[in-house]
Write a protein that binds this ligand. Structure first.
Ligand code: COA
Length: 401
Protein backbone atom coordinates (compact mmCIF):
# COMPACT_ATOMS: atom_id res chain seq x y z
CA UNK A 1 0.00 0.00 0.00
CA UNK A 2 1.29 3.46 -0.80
CA UNK A 3 1.48 6.11 1.94
CA UNK A 4 2.44 9.77 1.82
CA UNK A 5 1.23 13.35 1.53
CA UNK A 6 -2.39 13.79 0.48
CA UNK A 7 -2.56 17.58 0.97
CA UNK A 8 -0.10 20.37 1.76
CA UNK A 9 -0.83 24.04 2.43
CA UNK A 10 1.18 27.02 3.56
CA UNK A 11 0.62 30.30 5.41
CA UNK A 12 2.80 33.19 6.48
CA UNK A 13 2.35 36.71 7.85
CA UNK A 14 0.48 39.41 5.93
CA UNK A 15 3.44 41.74 6.65
CA UNK A 16 6.95 41.76 5.25
CA UNK A 17 10.15 43.81 5.40
CA UNK A 18 12.02 44.35 2.14
CA UNK A 19 15.64 43.25 2.58
CA UNK A 20 16.79 46.51 0.95
CA UNK A 21 15.11 48.44 3.80
CA UNK A 22 16.99 46.31 6.33
CA UNK A 23 20.26 46.72 4.40
CA UNK A 24 19.88 50.53 4.43
CA UNK A 25 19.12 50.54 8.16
CA UNK A 26 22.19 48.37 8.84
CA UNK A 27 24.53 50.19 6.45
CA UNK A 28 25.09 46.96 4.50
CA UNK A 29 25.38 46.54 0.71
CA UNK A 30 21.90 45.23 -0.34
CA UNK A 31 23.70 42.72 -2.61
CA UNK A 32 24.88 40.90 0.49
CA UNK A 33 21.31 39.97 1.32
CA UNK A 34 20.01 39.46 -2.23
CA UNK A 35 23.03 37.69 -3.80
CA UNK A 36 25.04 36.59 -0.72
CA UNK A 37 22.10 35.12 1.21
CA UNK A 38 19.52 34.88 -1.59
CA UNK A 39 16.76 36.70 0.32
CA UNK A 40 14.44 39.44 -1.02
CA UNK A 41 11.81 39.83 1.70
CA UNK A 42 11.33 38.69 5.25
CA UNK A 43 7.88 37.87 6.68
CA UNK A 44 7.26 39.57 10.05
CA UNK A 45 4.44 38.54 12.39
CA UNK A 46 2.15 41.25 13.83
CA UNK A 47 1.50 41.14 17.60
CA UNK A 48 -1.86 39.34 17.15
CA UNK A 49 -0.44 36.34 15.25
CA UNK A 50 1.75 33.55 16.61
CA UNK A 51 2.73 29.98 15.71
CA UNK A 52 -0.75 28.79 16.69
CA UNK A 53 -2.69 31.17 14.42
CA UNK A 54 -0.25 30.52 11.54
CA UNK A 55 -0.58 26.75 11.97
CA UNK A 56 -4.38 26.85 12.18
CA UNK A 57 -4.62 29.05 9.07
CA UNK A 58 -2.23 26.86 7.06
CA UNK A 59 -4.22 23.79 8.15
CA UNK A 60 -7.62 25.37 7.42
CA UNK A 61 -6.89 25.00 3.67
CA UNK A 62 -5.58 21.41 3.86
CA UNK A 63 -8.29 19.99 6.14
CA UNK A 64 -11.13 21.62 4.17
CA UNK A 65 -11.18 18.52 1.94
CA UNK A 66 -11.83 16.03 4.75
CA UNK A 67 -14.47 15.16 7.31
CA UNK A 68 -13.57 16.51 10.76
CA UNK A 69 -13.56 13.00 12.22
CA UNK A 70 -11.05 11.52 9.75
CA UNK A 71 -7.98 12.61 11.74
CA UNK A 72 -6.43 10.37 14.43
CA UNK A 73 -3.53 12.71 15.24
CA UNK A 74 -2.60 16.36 15.09
CA UNK A 75 1.20 16.65 15.42
CA UNK A 76 2.39 20.22 15.98
CA UNK A 77 6.09 20.79 15.32
CA UNK A 78 7.80 23.99 16.41
CA UNK A 79 10.75 25.52 18.21
CA UNK A 80 8.76 28.69 18.97
CA UNK A 81 6.19 27.05 21.26
CA UNK A 82 3.89 29.28 23.33
CA UNK A 83 3.65 26.99 26.37
CA UNK A 84 6.01 24.53 28.07
CA UNK A 85 3.20 22.08 28.88
CA UNK A 86 0.12 22.50 26.72
CA UNK A 87 0.60 21.38 23.14
CA UNK A 88 -0.04 23.84 20.32
CA UNK A 89 -1.91 20.98 18.63
CA UNK A 90 -4.75 21.35 21.16
CA UNK A 91 -5.43 24.93 20.08
CA UNK A 92 -5.18 23.97 16.41
CA UNK A 93 -7.53 21.00 16.84
CA UNK A 94 -10.19 23.17 18.45
CA UNK A 95 -9.77 26.08 15.99
CA UNK A 96 -10.30 23.62 13.13
CA UNK A 97 -13.20 21.89 14.90
CA UNK A 98 -11.62 18.43 14.57
CA UNK A 99 -13.16 15.56 16.56
CA UNK A 100 -12.45 15.26 20.30
CA UNK A 101 -11.15 11.72 19.66
CA UNK A 102 -8.13 13.20 17.83
CA UNK A 103 -4.81 12.66 19.62
CA UNK A 104 -2.63 15.76 19.97
CA UNK A 105 1.08 16.23 20.54
CA UNK A 106 3.82 18.86 20.08
CA UNK A 107 7.30 17.79 18.91
CA UNK A 108 10.65 19.60 18.92
CA UNK A 109 14.07 19.03 17.36
CA UNK A 110 14.94 22.39 15.83
CA UNK A 111 14.13 22.50 12.10
CA UNK A 112 14.11 18.69 11.77
CA UNK A 113 11.01 17.87 13.87
CA UNK A 114 8.47 17.97 11.01
CA UNK A 115 10.43 15.24 9.19
CA UNK A 116 10.40 13.11 12.36
CA UNK A 117 6.63 13.70 12.53
CA UNK A 118 6.27 12.58 8.93
CA UNK A 119 8.30 9.42 9.58
CA UNK A 120 6.06 8.60 12.55
CA UNK A 121 2.86 9.31 10.62
CA UNK A 122 3.68 7.17 7.57
CA UNK A 123 3.68 3.73 9.28
CA UNK A 124 0.61 4.81 11.29
CA UNK A 125 -1.50 5.38 8.18
CA UNK A 126 -0.13 2.18 6.66
CA UNK A 127 -1.72 0.24 9.53
CA UNK A 128 -4.81 2.53 9.62
CA UNK A 129 -5.44 3.12 5.90
CA UNK A 130 -8.80 4.87 6.32
CA UNK A 131 -7.41 7.38 8.84
CA UNK A 132 -5.41 10.60 8.47
CA UNK A 133 -2.63 12.35 10.40
CA UNK A 134 -2.37 16.15 10.32
CA UNK A 135 1.15 17.57 10.78
CA UNK A 136 1.39 21.33 11.35
CA UNK A 137 4.88 22.84 11.34
CA UNK A 138 4.94 26.47 12.44
CA UNK A 139 7.81 28.73 13.46
CA UNK A 140 9.11 32.26 13.85
CA UNK A 141 12.83 32.59 13.08
CA UNK A 142 14.10 35.26 15.48
CA UNK A 143 17.74 36.19 16.02
CA UNK A 144 17.69 39.75 17.32
CA UNK A 145 18.07 43.27 15.96
CA UNK A 146 21.47 44.06 14.47
CA UNK A 147 22.82 40.50 14.75
CA UNK A 148 24.36 38.53 11.88
CA UNK A 149 21.32 36.22 11.95
CA UNK A 150 18.85 39.13 11.56
CA UNK A 151 18.62 38.99 7.72
CA UNK A 152 17.81 35.25 7.96
CA UNK A 153 14.69 35.77 10.09
CA UNK A 154 11.17 35.05 8.81
CA UNK A 155 8.09 33.03 9.69
CA UNK A 156 5.62 30.56 8.25
CA UNK A 157 3.60 27.41 8.73
CA UNK A 158 2.90 24.34 6.64
CA UNK A 159 0.09 21.81 7.13
CA UNK A 160 0.53 18.30 5.78
CA UNK A 161 -2.18 15.63 5.63
CA UNK A 162 -0.61 12.15 5.69
CA UNK A 163 -2.72 9.28 4.36
CA UNK A 164 -2.77 5.96 2.53
CA UNK A 165 -3.14 6.19 -1.28
CA UNK A 166 -1.92 9.82 -1.24
CA UNK A 167 -2.76 12.23 -4.05
CA UNK A 168 0.48 14.26 -3.95
CA UNK A 169 3.60 12.31 -2.94
CA UNK A 170 4.32 8.76 -1.84
CA UNK A 171 7.27 7.68 0.30
CA UNK A 172 9.03 4.31 0.46
CA UNK A 173 10.56 4.45 3.95
CA UNK A 174 14.17 4.54 2.68
CA UNK A 175 16.28 7.24 4.26
CA UNK A 176 19.72 8.08 5.63
CA UNK A 177 19.83 9.65 9.11
CA UNK A 178 22.50 11.12 11.35
CA UNK A 179 22.44 12.72 14.80
CA UNK A 180 25.30 14.53 16.58
CA UNK A 181 25.53 16.39 19.90
CA UNK A 182 26.68 19.85 18.75
CA UNK A 183 25.98 23.50 19.66
CA UNK A 184 25.48 25.30 16.35
CA UNK A 185 22.11 26.87 17.13
CA UNK A 186 20.04 26.84 20.31
CA UNK A 187 17.67 28.91 22.41
CA UNK A 188 17.74 28.57 26.20
CA UNK A 189 14.29 28.78 27.84
CA UNK A 190 15.07 32.21 29.29
CA UNK A 191 15.81 33.80 25.89
CA UNK A 192 13.44 35.08 23.19
CA UNK A 193 16.11 35.06 20.47
CA UNK A 194 18.08 32.10 19.16
CA UNK A 195 21.84 31.89 19.55
CA UNK A 196 23.66 30.73 16.45
CA UNK A 197 27.17 30.06 15.26
CA UNK A 198 26.11 30.49 11.66
CA UNK A 199 29.35 29.49 9.92
CA UNK A 200 29.74 26.38 12.08
CA UNK A 201 26.08 25.52 11.50
CA UNK A 202 26.50 25.77 7.73
CA UNK A 203 29.51 23.43 7.93
CA UNK A 204 27.57 20.89 10.00
CA UNK A 205 24.63 21.14 7.58
CA UNK A 206 26.93 20.29 4.65
CA UNK A 207 28.64 17.40 6.49
CA UNK A 208 25.25 16.01 7.49
CA UNK A 209 24.16 16.28 3.85
CA UNK A 210 27.22 14.29 2.66
CA UNK A 211 26.65 11.59 5.23
CA UNK A 212 22.87 11.22 4.94
CA UNK A 213 22.95 11.30 1.14
CA UNK A 214 25.61 8.55 1.16
CA UNK A 215 23.51 6.34 3.44
CA UNK A 216 20.29 7.04 1.50
CA UNK A 217 21.97 6.44 -1.84
CA UNK A 218 23.48 3.14 -0.68
CA UNK A 219 20.18 1.88 0.78
CA UNK A 220 18.05 2.94 -2.19
CA UNK A 221 20.55 2.20 -4.97
CA UNK A 222 19.65 5.64 -6.39
CA UNK A 223 22.01 8.30 -7.70
CA UNK A 224 21.39 12.02 -8.27
CA UNK A 225 20.05 11.36 -11.78
CA UNK A 226 17.17 9.32 -10.33
CA UNK A 227 15.81 12.58 -8.85
CA UNK A 228 14.17 15.23 -11.01
CA UNK A 229 14.13 17.94 -8.34
CA UNK A 230 15.68 18.57 -4.91
CA UNK A 231 14.36 20.32 -1.81
CA UNK A 232 16.54 21.43 1.08
CA UNK A 233 16.04 22.80 4.55
CA UNK A 234 16.24 26.56 3.91
CA UNK A 235 17.75 28.81 6.59
CA UNK A 236 18.28 31.11 3.54
CA UNK A 237 18.09 30.17 -0.12
CA UNK A 238 21.83 30.43 -0.89
CA UNK A 239 22.37 27.60 1.59
CA UNK A 240 20.41 25.24 -0.68
CA UNK A 241 22.35 26.39 -3.74
CA UNK A 242 25.65 25.74 -1.99
CA UNK A 243 24.47 22.38 -0.67
CA UNK A 244 23.22 21.21 -4.05
CA UNK A 245 26.37 22.31 -5.86
CA UNK A 246 28.45 20.43 -3.30
CA UNK A 247 26.44 17.23 -3.80
CA UNK A 248 26.66 17.58 -7.59
CA UNK A 249 30.40 18.33 -7.54
CA UNK A 250 31.07 15.21 -5.49
CA UNK A 251 28.88 13.15 -7.80
CA UNK A 252 29.66 14.55 -11.27
CA UNK A 253 33.12 16.02 -10.65
CA UNK A 254 31.94 19.56 -11.41
CA UNK A 255 29.29 22.07 -10.39
CA UNK A 256 26.00 22.53 -12.28
CA UNK A 257 25.58 25.45 -14.68
CA UNK A 258 23.32 28.31 -13.52
CA UNK A 259 20.42 27.02 -15.64
CA UNK A 260 20.82 23.42 -14.43
CA UNK A 261 20.84 24.64 -10.83
CA UNK A 262 17.74 26.74 -11.49
CA UNK A 263 15.96 23.77 -13.05
CA UNK A 264 16.78 21.38 -10.21
CA UNK A 265 16.10 23.58 -7.18
CA UNK A 266 14.88 27.02 -8.40
CA UNK A 267 11.13 26.49 -7.92
CA UNK A 268 11.65 25.16 -4.38
CA UNK A 269 13.26 28.47 -3.32
CA UNK A 270 10.59 30.93 -4.46
CA UNK A 271 8.45 31.07 -1.30
CA UNK A 272 11.39 31.09 1.11
CA UNK A 273 13.08 33.92 -0.78
CA UNK A 274 10.12 36.21 0.04
CA UNK A 275 9.19 34.90 3.51
CA UNK A 276 12.54 33.91 5.07
CA UNK A 277 13.32 31.05 7.38
CA UNK A 278 10.44 29.21 9.06
CA UNK A 279 12.58 26.62 10.91
CA UNK A 280 10.56 23.37 11.22
CA UNK A 281 8.29 24.36 8.31
CA UNK A 282 11.09 25.45 5.99
CA UNK A 283 11.81 22.21 4.06
CA UNK A 284 8.08 21.77 3.44
CA UNK A 285 7.61 25.41 2.44
CA UNK A 286 10.23 24.52 -0.19
CA UNK A 287 8.28 21.43 -1.23
CA UNK A 288 5.04 23.43 -1.47
CA UNK A 289 6.84 26.08 -3.51
CA UNK A 290 8.20 23.43 -5.89
CA UNK A 291 4.81 21.75 -6.46
CA UNK A 292 3.02 25.11 -6.87
CA UNK A 293 5.57 26.72 -9.18
CA UNK A 294 6.94 23.95 -11.40
CA UNK A 295 5.86 24.57 -15.00
CA UNK A 296 6.85 21.00 -15.84
CA UNK A 297 4.45 18.27 -14.76
CA UNK A 298 6.32 16.43 -11.98
CA UNK A 299 3.95 13.44 -11.98
CA UNK A 300 5.92 10.13 -11.68
CA UNK A 301 9.09 12.14 -10.93
CA UNK A 302 11.20 11.66 -7.80
CA UNK A 303 12.11 14.51 -5.45
CA UNK A 304 15.13 14.35 -3.14
CA UNK A 305 14.55 15.91 0.32
CA UNK A 306 17.17 16.98 2.86
CA UNK A 307 16.03 17.83 6.37
CA UNK A 308 18.44 19.43 8.86
CA UNK A 309 17.76 20.54 12.43
CA UNK A 310 20.55 22.12 14.44
CA UNK A 311 21.79 20.44 17.52
CA UNK A 312 21.79 18.30 15.27
CA UNK A 313 19.66 15.73 13.49
CA UNK A 314 19.44 15.27 9.73
CA UNK A 315 17.78 12.97 7.23
CA UNK A 316 17.90 12.39 3.46
CA UNK A 317 14.89 10.74 1.84
CA UNK A 318 12.83 11.06 -1.30
CA UNK A 319 9.25 11.05 -2.53
CA UNK A 320 7.57 10.07 -5.78
CA UNK A 321 5.10 12.65 -7.12
CA UNK A 322 1.68 11.22 -8.03
CA UNK A 323 0.18 11.81 -11.49
CA UNK A 324 -2.59 14.45 -11.36
CA UNK A 325 -1.12 16.06 -8.21
CA UNK A 326 -1.69 19.57 -9.59
CA UNK A 327 -5.46 19.23 -9.12
CA UNK A 328 -4.97 18.91 -5.36
CA UNK A 329 -2.73 21.90 -4.62
CA UNK A 330 -3.64 25.21 -2.94
CA UNK A 331 -1.52 27.30 -5.30
CA UNK A 332 -4.09 30.10 -5.68
CA UNK A 333 -4.42 30.57 -1.88
CA UNK A 334 -0.64 30.78 -1.55
CA UNK A 335 -0.28 33.27 -4.42
CA UNK A 336 -3.06 35.52 -3.08
CA UNK A 337 -1.43 35.57 0.35
CA UNK A 338 2.04 36.43 -0.96
CA UNK A 339 0.81 39.02 -3.48
CA UNK A 340 -1.52 40.76 -0.98
CA UNK A 341 0.96 41.42 1.81
CA UNK A 342 1.71 44.81 3.37
CA UNK A 343 5.23 46.19 3.38
CA UNK A 344 6.58 47.45 6.71
CA UNK A 345 8.84 50.44 7.21
CA UNK A 346 11.98 49.81 9.26
CA UNK A 347 10.32 51.55 12.26
CA UNK A 348 7.21 49.30 11.99
CA UNK A 349 9.43 46.20 11.79
CA UNK A 350 11.24 47.31 14.95
CA UNK A 351 7.88 47.91 16.64
CA UNK A 352 6.55 44.41 15.72
CA UNK A 353 9.86 42.82 16.71
CA UNK A 354 9.98 44.54 20.10
CA UNK A 355 6.38 43.77 21.08
CA UNK A 356 6.17 41.92 24.40
CA UNK A 357 3.27 40.58 26.45
CA UNK A 358 2.76 41.40 30.12
CA UNK A 359 3.86 38.62 32.46
CA UNK A 360 1.86 39.61 35.58
CA UNK A 361 -1.37 37.77 34.71
CA UNK A 362 -3.54 40.86 34.20
CA UNK A 363 -6.09 40.92 31.39
CA UNK A 364 -4.52 42.24 28.21
CA UNK A 365 -6.00 42.76 24.73
CA UNK A 366 -3.66 42.83 21.71
CA UNK A 367 -4.29 45.47 19.00
CA UNK A 368 -5.83 44.37 15.70
CA UNK A 369 -3.72 43.90 12.59
CA UNK A 370 -4.18 42.10 9.28
CA UNK A 371 -4.35 38.38 10.03
CA UNK A 372 -5.69 35.13 8.64
CA UNK A 373 -9.01 33.73 9.92
CA UNK A 374 -7.56 33.26 13.41
CA UNK A 375 -5.99 35.85 15.67
CA UNK A 376 -4.36 35.97 19.09
CA UNK A 377 -6.67 38.16 21.17
CA UNK A 378 -4.56 38.47 24.30
CA UNK A 379 -4.02 37.11 27.79
CA UNK A 380 -6.10 36.75 30.91
CA UNK A 381 -4.68 35.18 34.09
CA UNK A 382 -1.78 33.83 31.96
CA UNK A 383 -4.21 32.05 29.58
CA UNK A 384 -3.91 32.71 25.85
CA UNK A 385 -7.12 33.80 24.12
CA UNK A 386 -7.76 33.30 20.43
CA UNK A 387 -10.66 34.26 18.19
CA UNK A 388 -11.79 33.70 14.63
CA UNK A 389 -12.06 36.75 12.43
CA UNK A 390 -13.61 37.54 9.12
CA UNK A 391 -11.94 40.24 6.99
CA UNK A 392 -10.35 41.75 10.06
CA UNK A 393 -13.42 41.70 12.35
CA UNK A 394 -13.76 39.44 15.37
CA UNK A 395 -16.69 37.05 14.89
CA UNK A 396 -16.44 34.46 17.61
CA UNK A 397 -14.41 33.46 20.59
CA UNK A 398 -12.42 30.25 20.13
CA UNK A 399 -10.69 30.34 23.49
CA UNK A 400 -11.34 27.85 26.26
CA UNK A 401 -12.56 29.34 29.54
N1 COA B 1 27.69 41.27 -2.47
C1 COA B 1 27.46 39.96 -2.69
N2 COA B 1 27.70 38.99 -1.75
C2 COA B 1 28.16 39.40 -0.55
C3 COA B 1 28.40 40.77 -0.27
C4 COA B 1 28.14 41.71 -1.28
N3 COA B 1 28.34 43.03 -1.09
N4 COA B 1 28.83 40.85 1.02
C5 COA B 1 28.88 39.58 1.51
N5 COA B 1 28.45 38.72 0.56
C6 COA B 1 28.33 37.26 0.66
C7 COA B 1 29.49 36.61 1.38
O1 COA B 1 30.59 36.39 0.51
C8 COA B 1 28.86 35.34 1.89
O2 COA B 1 28.77 34.40 0.84
P1 COA B 1 29.62 33.03 0.90
O3 COA B 1 29.17 32.34 2.16
O4 COA B 1 29.21 32.32 -0.34
O5 COA B 1 31.04 33.43 0.97
C9 COA B 1 27.42 35.76 2.21
O6 COA B 1 27.20 36.99 1.50
C10 COA B 1 27.18 36.01 3.68
O7 COA B 1 28.18 36.91 4.12
P2 COA B 1 28.90 36.68 5.51
O8 COA B 1 29.92 37.72 5.70
O9 COA B 1 29.34 35.26 5.65
O10 COA B 1 27.64 36.98 6.45
P3 COA B 1 27.51 37.00 7.99
O11 COA B 1 28.78 36.84 8.72
O12 COA B 1 26.75 38.25 8.26
O13 COA B 1 26.59 35.71 8.33
C11 COA B 1 25.10 33.85 8.20
C12 COA B 1 25.76 35.02 7.42
C13 COA B 1 24.24 33.07 7.24
C14 COA B 1 26.17 32.96 8.78
C15 COA B 1 24.21 34.47 9.32
O14 COA B 1 23.21 35.26 8.75
C16 COA B 1 23.56 33.42 10.22
O15 COA B 1 24.18 32.89 11.13
N6 COA B 1 22.25 33.11 9.96
C17 COA B 1 21.56 32.04 10.68
C18 COA B 1 21.74 30.76 9.93
C19 COA B 1 20.98 29.65 10.58
O16 COA B 1 19.82 29.84 10.87
N7 COA B 1 21.60 28.51 10.87
C20 COA B 1 20.95 27.48 11.63
C21 COA B 1 20.00 26.62 10.91
S1 COA B 1 20.61 25.71 9.55
Amino acid sequence: MSVGIDAISFYSSHYFLDMRTLATARGVDPEKYSAGLGQERMAVLPPDEDVITMAATAASFAVSRYRKDEFDFVIFTTESGVDQSKSGAIYVRSMLGLARETRVIEMKQACYSSTAALQLALPYVETHPTRKVLIVASDVARYGLNTSGEPTQGCGAVAIVVSASPRLIEFDGISGCVTDDVMDFWRPNYMREALVDGKYSSKLYLHALDETWEKYSKLSGRGLRDHARFCYHLPFTRMAEKAHQRLCSAHYGNELSKSQLEEQIGDSLRYNRVTGNSYSASLYVGLTSLLDNSKEDLGEKRIGLFSYGSGCSAEYFSGLVKPGYKDWLFTQNHRELLEGRTELSYEQYQEFFSFTLPTDGREYEVGKYKTGPFRFRGLNRHKRKYETVSVGYATSNTSPS
